[in-house]
Every structure is written in C-alpha cells, then in structure tokens.
Design a binder for this molecule. Structure first.
Ligand code: XMP
Length: 515
C-alpha cells in the first residue's frame, strides 16, 4: 500500500496491550501498525517508520527462548521506545542487565522525576502510572541516564537522548497511567517528529487502493450479517471494487424483528450492492426440531450456516476472495504467544467454522482496527447511526435466546419481546450506556390473570449489561420505571407471555448469553 503519511510501528512481544499502544498512537493522529517482534531490521527499514515502540510481553528476558528483536534495529537511526518487557529487552541487548527481584510490582505507582527529560516533558512529578512487572533492569546500558524512578524501581524511565532510545517500566498506554498519553505524544510527535495527519479518511483511501490491488480481476464474497463489522467491511470493499463484491445474507429464521428487510433495503437498495438473499428459515428450523441442548443447537446452526453460505457462493460465479469483518481483538485471541498475530482460527470462527482448506483468499480490511474505530469508519462511509452503534448480536441469533426448543412460534414471540425491550431502552436514552441488551424466552410457563381470566403463558427474561470487552460484565441498573414499562408493554402486546423477569447476574459467574 502506498503510504502518504508517517507511521510508528509497534513491535509486538506478545503483550495483551500491543493493540492498545497502536490505538493510542492513532489517537494522536499518527498511523500505527503492529508487526511481530522478529520482523527483520531490513523489513522495518523498508517500512520507513518515524519511530518504533517495543511492546511489553509475558516472557522474562532470562528465558533462553524469550522473544528478541533483530539487533540491527538499533542501527537504523530510528527513535525507539521500550515499554516494560520492551525496556528490559532493549536494556539487555544494549549491554545493561535485568534481574528477577523477589519483590514484583503490580498496580499503581507514582514516578519521581529526577532529571529533565524529553519523554517526560510537561508530565507532573509523582504522576500516577500503572506497573505490571516481575523482572527489573538493575544496570542500564552505557549512554543511558535515569530520568524517573519509584521506591520499588530505580530505573523507571531511562533515556539515551543521543541515540533517541527511551524506556519505561510502566504501561503508558493504559488509562491508569494518568499522563501516559502525554508521554506517548512526547515520543511520537516531538521525539519521532511524526506528522499528525492520519484519520479515518486516509484509512479509507488507503484501504480502497489496497483492496483494489489485492483483488485485481477477482471476485469477493462477503457474508453479511447486518452487524457492525461485516456491514462496515462490505461497504468499504464495495467502495473499492463495486460489483466485484457479492454479499450473501442468510436468513436463518433467528434474526431480530424486521432485520432481513432492513438489511435488504440498506445494502441492496441504498448502497446498491449485489446482494444474494438466502431464505433458509425452514431448513434451520427443521434441523433444530427437538433439540434443546445449547451446544447441540449451536453446532447445528453453525454447520447449516456454512452449508447455506457455500451453496449461495456457487451461484455467484468464480470467487477468489472471502471477505470478513475480522477486527484486531479477534486476531489477538488466536495468536500464539510469540509468533505474532495469525488470523486464521478466529476468522474462520467468524462465519461459524469455514473449512481449513478454504480455497479462497481471505480479505480482512478491518483487521488492524478496534470496534470503536470500526464504528467511526462506518460513520465516515455513510452507514446509518442505528447500524453503526448497534449492540453485539451472537451469530446463532435468537436461537440461543430461545431457551429449550426453537420453534417458529417461540421465535416470533421472542422477536416481539426483544423489539419492545430495545425500543424502550432507546426511548429512555439508555441504549448507548449499555453494552448489550437481550431478551430470552424461558422453557417455563406461569399462571397469570388478564382481563379477569386465568392465563398460562411463557416467561421471558430481560438482560442488560455493561462491559468493556464482553470478557466480564456487570448487570445494568435499569431504572424501575423503564423495567415497569417493558413488563407492562410485553404482557399487553406479546400474545404468549405473561411474566417478565430481569436478570441481575454479572459475568462471571453467568455468561452474557444464556446458552
Ligand atoms: P457470552 O455469552 O460468552 O458472550 O458471555 C460474550 C459476547 O459474545 C457474543 N456471542 C457471540 N458472538 N457468535 C458471535 O459472533 C457467537 O456464537 C456468539 N456467542 C456469544 C455475546 O452476544 C456477547 O457479546
């Protein structure tokens, strides 16, 4: 890809925070890309970055097989910032020493600034930082001086201004490091002198160019689910190659109310895309008949989805690429500790388990981005706000929210309940405060009374959670009046339901979805 902006690369030593570092750099308006720790100095030179950040990582430099960068990187005359493990490995390779002290340091610390420093310019003394390390540098390399320390860590910030090498023992990229972004800005903008001219507009231009080059005369197939990631990927690819993109939308009968029509209208009519619609409702519901075990249901849905997808693909002519809305966090989940990011396992998982011997090449134009960056990209591409800001929705759809057996009738009931719940949350202005809101239909009936008559109907539960990443979640304290409105509307408007419960379990011990 022809780059017309400055880049700062993040050399990834297996840290859980590598992507966060890249993202913080992008927040400064400078493009940032993550590359594996063993990328050769030659390759890095070709990328011509304005700066290099060594990420943290779970290893100890004392381990023989711990990840090391190509030593030639230090001769490229490019500024380097080492973070945590990055600082340690840099110190070791440049002649310093790292020890494994008995006292580890995790959590908040305050840095004592002892010397004027380019990296710490305008950072206040005793500024709060986030520490998380076992090893510590106990001898810094020649040419370096210490500019800040903490009671537990004598070499918290070290610098060699002459060579433009910097190291911090803490994690400036996390929010608990209160002035961490200031430090990253000092490194990226002042020390590396990178120009802050990157934005989503540039991203689109470059991605379009790169997609055109990659696809050439080929044809791309994209499974469109109506969710944020696949929608943004499809619109971006469509912008690049127009009718060489074919989208397939599978209606498995477990979609939300009006979902199929909305997707057809938006992508087929508004964006004028080639869109193949597979109405597979009967096939899915027949296969699910009598099944109540959650894993059995999930597997059945996943397999049928892939079969339908492949069937539809046959009707599209010669396909060369399969497009997916894989995001960076998806890749992180499947990468090996030191092997750098690999995308295959999770990407296949995205469409429910594509075969390993997939004959198409993967096209994943969002794989460097985070969810909120994808949302911003979606807005820039003209996708409507209701779509861009949607809560996550699971691949197996309402099938895993219809607890017990999945039937058309129960799905219709659940669709109505879900639509009321989401509408009331939106009406109350709470939709964006909530990570995810969902309704489940339980395999339980209860007695009620309506219009002086006894009823014996199904029970539904409403669940709303807050979360950062869906790994953990807390139940959302939905105001009583909103709960009351939901319960009253659901019992009045949805035929099969006479009782509404609110789920107050966090994750763990529960998961977000019930199945
Ligand atoms: P759990 O229920 O494990 O869910 O707490 C965590 C997040 O993942 C979503 N989820 C899925 N997403 N395919 C998906 O694309 C799936 O099969 C799937 N199952 C759960 C869930 O909605 C929540 O946001």
């Amino acid at each position: 890809m022809e780059k017309n902006h400055d880049t700062v690369i993040v050399l990834d030593f297996g840290a859980q925070y590598s992507q966060l570092i890249a993202r913080r750099v992008r927040e400064l308006g400078v493009y940032s890309q993550i590359v594996p720790f063993n990328t050769s100095a030659e390759e890095i030179k070709k990328m011509a970055p304005k700066g290099i950040i060594f990420s943290g990582g779970p290893a100890s430099v004392s381990q023989a097989l711990s990840p090391r960068p190509d030593k030639e990187i230090f001769n490229l005359n490019i500024p380097i910032l080492g973070i945590c493990y990055g600082l340690q490995v840099m110190s070791l390779l440049l002649g310093g020493h790292v020890t494994c002290p008995e006292k580890k340091e995790y959590g908040i610390a305050n840095i004592n600034i002892i010397k004027a420093s380019k990296l710490l310019k305008d950072v206040s003394n005793l500024s709060q930082v986030w520490m998380s390390h076992g090893d510590s540098v106990d001898k810094i390399p020649e040419g370096f001086s210490t500019t800040a320390n903490t009671p537990n860590c004598p070499y918290t910030v070290i610098e060699d201004e002459k060579r433009n090498f910097y190291g911090v023992q803490f994690h400036p990229e996390v929010v608990h490091s209160v002035e961490g972004q200031k430090m990253l800005s000092n490194f990226v903008l002042d020390i590396c002198k990178a120009k802050a001219d990157w934005n989503m507009g540039n991203f689109i231009n470059e991605a379009v160019e790169s997609i055109r080059k990659e696809v050439g005369d080929g044809q791309v197939l994209c499974g469109l689910s109506g969710g944020v990631d696949s929608s943004v990927a499809a619109v971006l690819i469509h912008k690049a190659i127009g009718d060489k993109l074919v989208c397939v939308f599978v209606n498995n009968g477990m979609l939300r109310k009006n979902e199929a029509q909305n997707v057809l209208d938006l992508f087929g009519k508004h964006f004028n895309m080639r869109l193949q619609y597979a109405d597979a409702e009967d096939m899915f519901l027949t296969a699910l008949k009598g099944k109540t075990d959650p894993e059995d249901k999930r597997k059945t849905i996943g397999k049928l989805f892939v079969d339908t997808f492949y069937n539809e693909a046959r009707k599209c002519g010669e396909i060369t690429h399969l497009a997916q809305g894989t995001l960076y966090p998806d890749i992180v989940e499947s990468k090996s500790p030191f092997g750098g990011p690999t995308s295959t396992i999770k990407s296949h998982h995205n469409v429910g388990g594509l075969p390993e011997d997939l004959k198409w090449k993967l096209l994943e134009p969002l794989k460097e981005l985070f969810k909120d960056e994808v949302r911003e990209l979606g807005r820039e591409l003209g996708l409507p706000e209701e779509l861009v800001d949607r809560h996550p929705f699971p691949g197996p759809g309402l099938g895993v929210r219809c607890i017990g057996e999945v039937t058309k009738e129960r799905l219709d009931t659940l669709r109505d309940v879900d639509a009321i719940f989401i509408e009331e949350i939106r009406n109350a202005g709470l939709y964006h405060e909530i990570w995810q809101a969902l309704a489940d239909l339980l395999p339980v009936k209860s007695v009620g009374v309506q219009g002086d008559e006894r009823t014996y109907r199904e029970v539904c539960t409403l669940r709303a959670v807050t979360s950062q990443d869906a790994m953990t979640a807390d139940w959302y304290r939905l105001p009583y009046d909103v709960m009351q409105k939901c319960a009253s509307r659901i019992c009045n408007e949805v035929k099969g339901v006479n009782r509404v419960l609110y789920d107050i379990t966090s994750k763990p011990p529960a998961t977000i979805e019930w199945e």
